[in-house]
Design a protein around this ligand. Structure first.
Ligand code: FEO
Length: 402
């Protein structure tokens, strides 16, 4: 846990989670994750912004008591009801007896559904509504779908602090640090990209909308304070620019090669294709889908213009771990605007390839044909053909060079 001063009126209470294996029971956390709650001390009002997961409640309440008399908290701004931010609401309200909750109108019913909180405890705010806290004003901006329909942000006007909740967040515990100039940003920007590609990417058009909306208001951002990952105080627009570039997306000249291979034959083709791609000077990100969590694959897919899928036929279908990757790419809407091709070795029948072709087409990929399929073990001439296939794929990726 780290408690730190963010600006004259704002403190952050940040909790590292290094025990959770999978965020949302899906995404690995090799570097952990942080949950950031904030408190604003106005001259007239004291406002808490979001809480932390329930298993941190006891510590959170004790730490809050070190900063403030809980009875003096006027409002909890609940930007987003997901439990990593709302999990300590009930523990808070047991002691913060004068605290009312402010949230979007969508979230009012969610607070009732999850916490049985009555309407006199939970008030909705309108888009653009401001609250005078004494010495500064806090303005509420509805930013739906970042990353639930209930989501909103708050902006502390004079101090220029944007409380952005999930948006502009990242994976990665903070290890006692809080700010962008205290951490190795390369690590956190990489984890931010994985967080974006795992959690936010399906709503990327809403990132663009939110940034355009906030920019059009002429807000003077001095600090971006997300609910996960470092606070951007020394270069606040860096993470905003990154989120915008990932939302568009701006493609890197590279090929992502994703394969499943039971006995190593499709893997042999994958390696030869990779060599062919690399001979064109294009980077290859190659994944054995049976051994790499889809979280890391999505991070590379995010800004890749060309994907190649390798599969044997398995139960007359596509290999299951490839189907799993396809499901995620489909749900995250990452097919549209990209190119894809197919390769693989099969035994008793090639039915996987027609099924895979149909899936890729339905996901919006532009298909690159002919595909490369081999019956049985690949011969040396098959591997030569695979290299040539890789050269074609690499040349296609080069068309995305700026
Ligand atoms: Fe960090 Fe959508 O919750």
């Amino acid at each position: 846990m780290t408690v730190g001063k963010v600006s004259d009126r704002v403190y952050c209470l940040s909790y590292d989670d290094k025990d959770l294996d999978l965020f949302e029971s899906l995404w690995p956390l090799p570097l952990g994750v942080s949950y950031n709650s904030y408190i604003i001390f106005g001259d007239e009002k004291t406002i808490l912004l979001d809480t932390v997961p329930q298993r941190f409640s006891e510590r959170f309440i004790e730490d809050l008591k070190g900063l403030v008399d809980l009875k003096s908290i006027d409002f909890l701004v609940s930007h987003h009801l997901e439990h990593d931010h709302s999990g300590s609401i009930l523990a808070l309200l047991r002691e913060a007896v004068n605290c009312k909750i402010l949230c979007s109108s969508f979230a009012v019913n969610l607070h009732k559904a999850f916490f049985n909180l009555s309407e006199n405890m939970v008030k909705s705010v309108n888009d653009g509504m401001s609250m005078d806290i004494g010495g500064d004003t806090l303005t509420f901006h509805l930013t739906p779908w970042l990353h639930w329909p209930d989501t909103m942000m708050s902006f502390l006007n004079l101090e220029g602090v944007l409380f952005s909740c999930d948006a502009f967040g990242s994976f990665g515990a903070l290890n006692g640090k809080l700010f962008d100039n205290e951490v190795d940003l390369n690590i956190y920007l990489d984890e931010a990209k994985r967080y974006f590609s795992n959690i936010v990417v399906g709503y990327r058009e809403h990132v663009i909308k939110a940034v355009e909306k906030l920019s059009s208001l002429g807000l003077n951002f001095k600090i971006i304070a997300p609910s996960h990952g470092p606070i951007y105080k020394f270069n606040p627009l860096l993470i905003v620019d990154k989120y915008v570039s990932w939302s568009k997306p701006e493609f890197e000249v590279k090929v992502v090669l994703i394969y499943g291979s039971m006995y190593g034959h499709t893997k042999m083709l994958a390696e030869a294709i990779g060599m062919g791609v690399e001979s064109t000077g294009v980077r290859v990100a190659s994944f054995d889908a049976s051994r790499v969590n889809v979280s890391f694959i999505l991070k590379e897919v995010l800004d890749a213009p060309v994907l190649v899928f390798g599969t044997p036929t398995y139960d007359a279908n596509v290999f299951p771990t490839i189907l799993n990757v396809l499901d995620f790419i489909e749900v995250k809407k990452l097919g549209v605007g990209r190119y894809a091709s197919i390769f693989g070795c099969y035994g008793w029948g090639p039915s996987a390839y027609g099924i895979l072709m149909g899936r890729l087409k339905s996901m919006g990929f532009n298909l690159v044909e002919p595909f490369l399929t081999v019956r049985g073990a690949p011969s040396s001439s098959d591997l030569d053909n695979a290299k040539k296939f890789g050269v074609k794929i690499g040349e296609l990726a080069l068309k995305f060079k700026k």
